[in-house]
Write a protein that binds this ligand. Sequence first.
Ligand SMILES: [Zn+2]
Length: 305
Amino acid sequence: MRPRQDIPRIIHKRADRWPASPRCPIRARVIRTRFAPSPNGALHLGHAYAAIVAHDLARAASGEFLLRIEDIDPGRSRAGLAEAMLDDLGWLGLGWDGAVVRQSQRCDLYAAAAETLKAMGLLYPCRCSRAEVAAAAKAHGPDGPVYPGTCRNRAIPPERAAWRLDMAGARARAGPLFWDDAIAGRQQATPEIFGDVVLLRRDAPASYHLAVTVDDAAQAITLVTRGADLFAASHVHRLLQALLDLPVPRWHHHRLLVEPDGRKLAKRRGSPALADLRRCGVDGRALAADLRAGRFPAGISSGTA
Ligand SMILES: [Zn+2]
């Protein structure tokens, strides 16, 4: 594994050869990143690191850093956490540009994108439970058991169904696709490793894949930054961009902060919440400086993936 550089420099040098976007010529040379947390748990050091990467990549290129709250998971989103997140970012010294966008106010956009895909004949309803998918799966993908297409050619009532993407049909329609990661370089998109992904969930207005793709385009994000654990998801997002005729950003998948056992930080495993550090008098800007310099608290390191 070659060493990785998450905190700026690389992008800065490349900023002046950004491909011009025919849709948005004024923005073509402006780097625009975003931090997009979900308010289903307090932010911890791993989130702080992710926010700093996105913020610094934008600022190093005189670009823009946007904030989006991904709050469409009704079972998990908790009131008040989004506001605490804004306080956390301010405490770290990270200022953002423009208004904070909340996914819960954008469900019409996701529905419209899904309608476009339905009109292409690329979505189908599925009412399989998680257990049924696991039992029927013959392969394992980045998100777990790969759905084997059980409902693809069945007449499933659309009420209370999830809607899945006909991956083979979508791939055939889009043709070969490529995308560019600032660290890993040019990638050939292989979204088929996920199988027929869910784009409209039964219990939420959209899946992560659909909402993120639609939002990043709507917010004119030119550089999508996120943890390396979501690298494979970009294959699906590249496909959705092609199908929905959306502009194609670049990506920067950064390292994750990990515990001694290699697992990424999680609040449930005892990683302290930024809000707790804030309340007990830790200097947030000094903490951010430490994270930038790779000085992590005892037991925490940045992973290699
Ligand atoms: Zn099914």
